[in-house]
Design a protein around this ligand. Structure first.
Ligand SMILES: NC(=O)c1ccc[n+]([C@@H]2O[C@H](COP(=O)([O-])OP(=O)(O)OC[C@H]3O[C@@H](n4cnc5c(N)ncnc54)[C@H](O)[C@@H]3O)[C@@H](O)[C@H]2O)c1
Length: 431
C-alpha cells in the first residue's frame, strides 16, 4: 500500500482547524481517526456533540453514526492510516517567541506508528523551515526515509471561524512537499475535499504563504487604525471614507478599524516570522510597526471611554461600564487574544465597575476575577450603566435599542449608524 487512496486518514488536534477538517473528509466517505489530547473533546466528538461553532451537532453526529469519524486519545490508533494531518496549536512563549512544543511532541508521538508509504502534512501555522528543520528529522527517527518511505508536506489552514460564506470545504488549499511526490500526494489528498489545490515548490513556500496572508491583514488593519485616529482629529468619518474607497473596483480592499486585533492567528503568527528573520539578520520593521499600533488601540479605547464619561461630568473611577461583545470579532464565541481582556483589566485598574453582555460567551476570566455575561440586554442594564462600550458588534443585537437606552455609548465597530450626541465612535470626529 503506497498510501495513495487515502481511504483512512488521521487528524491530530480536533480544535477550530482540525474538527471541521476531519468532518469534511468524513463527509466525503474517508474513514477519519481523530487524535485529541483532551478527553472531554474525544468524548464529545464520539457522542456527536460539537464544541466548534462552524460544525453543527447534526453534521458531526451524522459522520460519527455512519462510522466515518472516531476520536481517540491515544496515538496507537494511527496505525493503518494513509495520511496524518497535524493541526495542533502554535502559540507564543511569554517573550513572544514561537512555541512549537506541540508540533515537536506530536511528531515524536507519530514517529513510532508511521507506516511505509504514509503522507504527513503539517497544517499548524509556523515559521518557514519548521516542516523540514523540525518535523522531518523527528519523523526520520522512525527509521523510514523521508521522501521515499514516507512523504511530508506543509499545507496552511485558512479557515475563518464564523465566516458564513467560506467554510473548510470551499477554500482552496496550498500544498508544498519536501519532494515532488510529497506535493503530488498532498494535492491528491486535499483534492478530495476542496475545489482547487495550488502546488508550491517547497514546504517553506507554503509556510511563508500563510504568513504573508496574515501579515497582510495585520498591516492593513494597523494602517486603517492609524488613519482612524487621524480622521477623528481632522473631523472626518473614517467609516464613510472606507465605504467610498470600496467603490473602486480594483486595487483597494476594505479593512476596518477596531479596539485591537484578536484571535489565534493575526496577533501571533507575525511574531513567528519576526523571530525567524533574526536568523537571517533581516529586520522586518513593517510587522513591528503594525504590532505597535495594534497594541496601542486598547489604550485609545480607554481614552475614548474617559472622554465620553467626561462629557457627562463623570470619571472612569466609580462608573459602571457595560461592555457589549467580548469575543475578538462578531458572531463567534472565540475570546482568544481578544482586546476585551486588556480593556477590562485597565478599566478595573482605573476603578470602574465592569459588566458585560455577549450572547456567545457566557463567562470570562480577567486576572483573578470571573465575569459572567448578563443573560439579556435590558433597558435596566443599559440604563444602569454610565457608559456602554461596544467591542464586538454581534449581529443579533439591536443597536438602536442600545443607543436609545444608554447614557453614552462608545462604539469601536461602527455598529450604530444613526447620529447622536450620546454616541462616541472610533474614527468619527463628528461623533
Ligand atoms: N483558529 C483559526 O482560525 C486558525 C486558522 C488558520 C490556522 N490556524 C492554525 O491552526 C493550528 C491549530 O489552531 P486551532 O485554532 O485549531 O487550535 P485549537 O486550540 O482550537 O485546537 C488544537 C487542538 O489540538 C489539541 N492538542 C494539543 N496538543 C495535542 C497533542 N499532543 N495531541 C493531540 N491533540 C493535541 C488541543 O487539545 C486542541 O483541541 C494553529 O497553528 C493555528 O495557528 C488556526
Amino acid at each position: 500500500m503506497e498510501g495513495k487512496d487515502f481511504s483512512k486518514i488521521a487528524v491530530i488536534g480536533l480544535g477550530y482547524v482540525g474538527l471541521p477538517l476531519a468532518v469534511e473528509f468524513a463527509k466525503k466517505g474517508v474513514e477519519v481517526i481523530g487524535i485529541e489530547k483532551s478527553l472531554e473533546r474525544v468524548n464529545a466528538v464520539n457522542r456527536g456533540k460539537s464544541y466548534i461553532g462552524d460544525v453543527s451537532d447534526e453534521t458531526l453526529a451524522d459522520v460519527v453514526k455512519n462510522g466515518k469519524l472516531k476520536a481517540f486519545g491515544e496515538f496507537n490508533a494511527l496505525k493503518d492510516t494513509d495520511a496524518i494531518i497535524i493541526c495542533v496549536p502554535t502559540p507564543l512563549t511569554k517573550n513572544k517567541t514561537p512555541d512549537i512544543s506541540f508540533i515537536v511532541s506530536v511528531s515524536k508521538e507519530i514517529a513510532p506508528f508511521l507506516r511505509k508509504g504514509a503522507l504527513v502534512v503539517l497544517e499548524s501555522t509556523t515559521y518557514p523551515g519548521t516542516t523540514e528543520e523540525v518535523v522531518l528529522p523527528i519523523l526520520s527517527e522512525s527509521g523510514l526515509k523521508a521522501g521515499e518511505d514516507f512523504y511530508l508536506a506543509f499545507s496552511p489552514e485558512r479557515v475563518d471561524p464564523g465566516n458564513a460564506r467560506y467554510h473548510t470545504g470551499d477554500i482552496p488549499k496550498v500544498v508544498g512537499g519536501i519532494n515532488e511526490k510529497s506535493t503530488e500526494l498532498a494535492a491528491s489528498l486535499y483534492g478530495k475535499i476542496v475545489p482547487y489545490v495550488f502546488k508550491v515548490s517547497s514546504p517553506r513556500a507554503a509556510e511563508m504563504t500563510k504568513l504573508l496572508e496574515n501579515i497582510f491583514r495585520l498591516i492593513n488593519v494597523a494602517l486603517v487604525d492609524e488613519l482612524a485616529l487621524l480622521s477623528e482629529r481632522m473631523r472626518i468619518d473614517i467609516w464613510e471614507v472606507i465605504e467610498a474607497a470600496k467603490t473602486k473596483p480594483y486595487g483597494f480592499m476594505p479593512f476596518y478599524p477596531g479596539p485591537g486585533i484578536g484571535g489565534h492567528c493575526i496577533p501571533i503568527d507575525p511574531f513567528y516570522l519576526l523571530w525567524k528573520a533574526k536568523e537571517y539578520d533581516v529586520d522586518i520593521s513593517f510587522i513591528e510597526l503594525a504590532e505597535k499600533i495594534n497594541d496601542s488601540m486598547p489604550d485609545y479605547v480607554i481614552n475614548k471611554v474617559s472622554y465620553a464619561l467626561n462629557s457627562r461630568k463623570k470619571a472612569i473611577n466609580g462608573s459602571n461600564i457595560l461592555i457589549i461583545g467580548v469575543a475578538y470579532k462578531k458572531d463567534i464565541g472565540d475570546t482568544r487574544e481578544s482586546p476585551a481582556f486588556k480593556i477590562i483589566s485597565e478599566l478595573l485598574e482605573w476603578g470602574a465597575n465592569v459588566s458585560y453582555y455577549d450572547p456567545f460567551v457566557s463567562e470570562i476570566r480577567v486576572g483573578n476575577k470571573t465575569f459572567k455575561s448578563l443573560s439579556a440586554l435590558s433597558k435596566e442594564s443599559l440604563n444602569g450603566a454610565d457608559c456602554t462600550l461596544i467591542l464586538a458588534a454581534h449581529s443579533v443585537i439591536d443597536y438602536d435599542f442600545v443607543l436609545n437606552n444608554s447614557h453614552v455609548v462608545v462604539d469601536t465597530r461602527n455598529a450604530i449608524k444613526q447620529k447622536s450626541d450620546k454616541l462616541f465612535k472610533l474614527g468619527d470626529g463628528n461623533a
